[in-house]
Each structure stands twice: as C-alpha cells, then as structure tokens.
Write a protein that binds this ligand. Structure first.
Ligand code: SF4
Ligand code: SF4
Length: 368
C-alpha cells in the first residue's frame, strides 16, 4: 500500500508502464508575494499577474479530477501563505485526492500563519506528511535586502525552529538555498552560518533557472556552478556525519530519497555545464504544473506548451491530461530530448526510470 487511498498496483503500473496520470503536481496558489527578489520569474509590474486566481469552488472541482495515483502536491507561488484560504485548499486536496504528502515552498514572512496551518492540517489528517521548504539565500542582512522584507531572515529561523519544536515526524521543515548570481560568491559563509550557528539540520539547495522575467547574468554562470558544486558536496558530507538529516535514513524511503538527490545533483551539474541530454523527462505524464489562474503546463519552463485551461474544461484536469494536445506535448518533450535543471522534474525522471533503479536500491546498503 502506498497511501491509505492510492493503491500500490495502480501507482506502480502508472509510474513504470503507462505514465498516464500525475504522481506529483505543483500548484501555484497565487502570484501575490510580499517579497521582491531580483531573481524572481514573476512580472510584478504587470497587474494581470495577480488576477483571476482559482476560487475554492473551482479547486474543489479540480481536486475531484486528479486521477488515482497522485501522491504529492507542492503549493507554491508567489507566497502561498498570502492566500488566507490555504487551509481550506489543503483540506480539499486531502479530502478529494490520493495524496500522501503536501510540500509547501514559503518565504516564511508569515510565521504565525504557517504554524497555525501545520497544527490545523495535522489535526485534520495526521497521516499526511507536511514538508515546509523555507527559502533562505543569504546571511541575515543581505537576505532581507535581496527579498526586500525587514526581519525576514529572523522569521525564517523562527518558523523553522517552531516547526521543529513540534517534534512530529509528519511535520518537516527544511531550509532551501537557491544558488544564484546574488549569493554564489558567499555560499560557504552562508552554509556554515546556517548549519553551525543557526543549527539548521535540514538543508537543501537548487540552482537558479532562467524563467519568466529572470535571466542569469552570463558572467556569473561559472561561479554559480562552482558554488552549487561546493554546496551539494558539503550537504553530502554533512549528511554522512549526521549534522544534516534531510530524510529519515532509518527508513527505506529516506535512503532512496538521499540517493535520488545525489543522482539529481550530478545530473544538474552536467546539464548546467554542458547542456547534454541524459534521460527522458516525464513532465506532462507523471508530473505537471497548475498556475494560479488554472492553466496546466508540463513544467514551469515550457511556457509556450500549454496543456489547457481548466476553466474551459469544467476544471476536469484528467480530460486535459489525456487530450491529444498533451500527447503532442509529450512527444515534443521526447523528440526534442528536452532537458533542464528543474529539480522537481528530475526527481520524478529518476524515480520513474528503470535505468536508475539499481542505483536507488544501492542506497539501502549505503551508510548515511
Ligand atoms: S519570495 Fe519567491 S515568489 Fe516572492 S518574490 Fe521572492 S522568489 Fe518571487
Ligand atoms: S526537461 Fe525541463 S523544460 Fe523540458 S519538459 Fe522537462 S522540466 Fe520541462
């Protein structure tokens, strides 16, 4: 059994054979955000960016049409906690879908709302795993300057500690560093400050992507890659000495996730450096994106490959997912050997591809 609701046989057949319904979705709940990061892909100057968010009624309908193999949904934005009805949205996903985990990316500017959310949702369903990915990209002063919110760094640490203090293995905060042109020259200091001084023991990272209105300054590409390489190696070292525990390595699932991260980091470095193709992407089959106004895409990057507009299809996600248009998009992704450094997509590309299964299984005898 994978979850109380999704059946192991259905998930297995879908992931390894059919690849016809999503196992993970990213839902941009809103484009609104109180921060203004220089590397953000949202066009804050365009008032249309914030219009026409899906309503609760629409999300209710949507969540009743997400297939029978969905295991995880990522709430993101904008700042997802800017939506005051985020608790109701989470409850709809839990009530109407087969998810076992809810993953929320947040700038942690609203700690009280986050803590309350964790308590309410855990009371609502204590089997759902709640992961909070708190974005911290720099030392306190610079972090607040880059994101343009006073005391934001302190609120990130407060949120992390309060979630940790709940001492509940279903409530998992982690800090995520996006390596970008802003912080690449300072990454070592940031790492040691977070881990040694602020006692952050769950720390992940990603590499900035060209997306929306953001484009990486060309002269920074090598430095960004060097910093990302250093950081991923350091996280690996600290996982081995026990100072960082991103997953529960006493469990099979935790060991496999650790290995999956290691494989993904290597792939990301190679693709970032050489743009070489490594293996097929399962976006638009196992993985997809829903925008704040109800458009469905294979991923965050292929902005010209819209799968469809949920509002024009009575919020029926699976109708769009099984459409001829989506078949064409999947063929495009395969035929063009589409590749990128998008971590979420890579995770599912690794987990859903036979060629990585031996490596993943080797994690069971690896010492973390
Ligand atoms: S916190 Fe996230 S959504 Fe908000 S401006 Fe920064 S990158 Fe964009
Ligand atoms: S490789 Fe990247 S850009 Fe291409 S479909 Fe997958 S996630 Fe999207």
């Amino acid at each position: 059994m994978i979850t109380e609701k999704a059946k192991f046989a259905d998930v297995f057949k879908n992931v390894y054979l059919k690849k016809k319904s999503p196992v993970s979705l990213i839902h941009f709940l809103t484009n609104r955000c109180n921060a203004r990061c220089s590397f953000c892909f949202i066009d804050f100057d365009n008032p249309n960016s914030f219009k026409n968010e899906l309503t609760l009624d629409e999300i209710d309908k949507l969540t009743k049409n997400l297939g029978n193999t969905l295991l995880n949904v990522n709430f993101t934005g904008g700042e997802p906690f800017a939506r005051k009805d985020i608790v109701d949205i989470a409850k709809l996903y839990i009530k109407n879908t087969t998810i076992q985990s809810l993953y929320i990316t947040t700038n942690a500017s609203l700690p009280e709302r986050i803590i309350e959310f964790a308590k309410i949702i855990h009371d609502y369903d204590n089997k759902i795993e709640l992961s909070f990915q708190i974005s911290i990209d720099d030392l306190p002063k610079k972090h607040d300057e880059v994101r343009k919110i006073e005391n934001l760094f302190d609120n990130c640490i407060l949120t992390y500690q309060e979630l940790k203090n709940m001492k509940n293995d279903k409530i998992k905060p982690s800090v995520n560093i996006t390596v970008s042109h802003e912080n690449c020259e300072n990454i070592e200091k940031i790492f040691y400050y977070l881990v040694d001084e602020k006692k952050i023991d769950s720390l992940k990272c990603c590499i900035v992507r060209d997306e929306g209105v953001y484009s990486t300054p060309k002269d920074k590409i090598k430095k960004i890659l060097k910093a990302y390489d250093w950081l991923t190696n350091k996280i690996l070292e600290y996982q081995k000495n026990g100072k960082i525990k991103n997953y529960n390595t006493a469990s099979i699932q935790g060991k496999i996730h650790n290995k999956k991260d290691e494989i993904a980091w290597k792939m990301i470095k190679k693709i970032y450096k050489t743009n070489d193709y490594i293996s097929p992407c399962h976006a638009s089959s196992l993985f997809g994106v829903i925008t704040a106004d109800g458009k469905v895409y294979p991923c965050e990057i292929l902005e010209d490959k819209i799968v469809g507009d949920l509002r024009r299809h009575n919020m029926n996600f699976m109708e769009l997912w099984n459409s001829d248009n989506n078949k064409n998009i999947k063929n495009f992704i395969l035929d063009t050997k589409c590749r990128c450094t998008y971590e979420c997509a890579l995770s599912f590309n690794i987990l859903g591809n036979w060629r990585y299964q031996l490596k993943l299984l080797s994690s069971l005898i690896t010492r973390y």
